[in-house]
Design a protein around this ligand. Sequence first.
Ligand code: GDP
Ligand code: MG
Length: 697
Amino acid sequence: MKVYDAANLRNVALVGHSGSGKTQLVSALLFSAGAVNRLGKVDDGTTVTDYDEEEIARKHTLSAGLAYAEWNKTKINFIDTPGMANFLSDARAALRVADAALVVVDAVAGVEVSTEKVWEDAAELALPRLVVLNRVDRERASLERSLESLRGVFGRTVIPIQLPIGEERNFKGIVDIVAMKAHTFPADGSGKPTEGDVPADMSGAATTAREALIEMVAEADDALMEKFFDAGTLTQEELVTGLKRAVAAARVFPLLVTSATVNIGMQPLLDAIVTYVPTPAERPLHARTAESEDIEIPTRDGGAVSAFVWKTVADPFAGRITLFRVISGSLKADSTVHNISRDVQERLGHVVLLQGKTQTNVPEIKAGDIGAVAKLKETQTSDVMGDKGAAKIPAIKFPEPVLSYAIEPKSRGDEEKISTALHRLQEEDPTINYTRDAQTKELLLAGQGQSHIEVTVAKLKRRFGVEVTLKLPRIPYRETITASVEAHGRHKKQTGGHGQFGDCKVKFEPLPRGADFEFANDIFGGAIPRQYVPAIEKGIQDSRMRGFLAGYPMVDFRATVFDGSFHAVDSNELSFKMAASLAFKDGMSRARPTLLEPVMNVEVYAPNDFAGDLMGDLNSRRGRIGGMDTRGPSTIIRAKVPMAEMLTYEQHLTSATGGRGSYHMEFSHYEEVPSHLHAKIIAASKAERGAEAAEEV
Ligand SMILES: Nc1nc2c(ncn2[C@@H]2O[C@H](COP(=O)(O)OP(=O)(O)O)[C@@H](O)[C@H]2O)c(=O)[nH]1
Ligand SMILES: [Mg+2]
């Protein structure tokens, strides 16, 4: 295996909505470039990048996969990424180390919810984008309608550099409108094109498209614009170099057409990647700091070693696999590098290239290239490995978990194994989290949504051999008060010798949403000696965490102790803690306590026909519609909906839209639960906690 310099490398991330054909496309590109000797199929579970058992079983990409091919003496690294809303974090990570995105779009559906999300992420990094209109062989596929949808959302700078020859079942090739050549492909999927002239019946359309392209390229560059005005057109040379510059500057987004299953359009796409995607040396990577500042990270051939870790795979057999992109210098096998993020030394054994799961040892990986290393001890995603003094690189921003489920081991005694396995999975997937509920002692697994949690549980079983039962999702309700009261708690006990005595008066007042809890001491004249005040605070803290109505933490209020009394002999800290919890009970019974629930920001995407029904459904889920936009063939609905009403939304949306709708949600804020729902929540909580309490006995 050769070692490649930056000038002979291209790094592309395939991103886009689930089902647009990214994984199939990587498969066809690898096959057509001769990197693999058979055309792997998603439907048979034989693709290079969906090699994980869970991905094969579900026929969906769940995490980023790396592959490479050599084309025109250039090594192209492909990062295949997931497109489902719950799993987009790996697409974000891939975009951080790519020099361009191939935004794959289904020629039937046009722009979908994830298309827009990945486009925004790419735009934030000023990343060049090639749009690949795939599945052109399908019934109802249309360049015209797809282009309308794309331009409606992303602007008119999305412009074809190819036209399809034939559409739907008759799709058989492409016209390259830069070179004005036709490439026709055999119908048997073998993929070898014949080059020829533009078919006579397409020459008008090709000329018009070429003129539009020339004008767009001229518009992106002042010097070219002048030439264009003088000559009325651009030379071939000016068109190619101008387009290349405009693509690199993310000012023009060329569109290509393919069919990944019929294996049409791969060679022209490979050519376009080599021609239009900047080399790592030509364009710095971009990243946003925590303060949202845009910084540039240039790739340098020589000099100090530095490599950015963009992904970690938790493999129970091979151990931890760390995927990195070299930023400068070169990472050598059998060497020691410093992890500057953690200030530890790491010993590198084999350094490998990844063709899906297949590892190939190489002596070194140079600046601009992407590779992997196994069994590092401490290194995690977003770390920088390199010589001391190598620049830190902003961490990849992963979304916070939004939904949590209680999980229970199937066999008792597996608790330890589950924690270990979840810890490993969390290294691979920073968008999950697990905690133990302070009150019920249940293990809570949080993630991006139902399918994400289910996949995590499946991984626990397949990879780590631990089985858990997924209980109902847990809504993290809170309690609060709505009235100010003064309360009194007195704890007195006489048992033979020393008695117990504590007595305090506490004022409870509501605070604004999000204020959590405040404690204040307003004792004058020594009614309670100062040393007992922390015990009072502790008593109220403990009580509020246990809640009052339904056992949920009580938030957004202030407790002020303002009076009380003590006994010179019998008073102690425990007595005041008891008195405080009595005061809490007394206060809460009169402070008109209520329940709070989390409300989510929800975005739903679906074909226009479904918009009315979906809005009605969101209304019936107590949702407040915030807005609705039409984007070509699809509608986007924004709403705020209580989390409790969204737990079954995934299934509903899939069945209501025949799988054509998708949604995204994240936590927004807490809000009061309408009073008619209180009784049900309180009863459910009592039942659950009652059962727990009985079990503990
Ligand atoms: N007809 C047709 N089907 C395709 C094409 N590309 C992919 N598919 C199918 O579409 C489905 C989703 O493809 P996949 O590559 O997994 O999409 P991804 O989610 O974007 O990775 C699979 O059943 C593929 O066989 C194509 O060009 N034409
Ligand atoms: Mg895929």
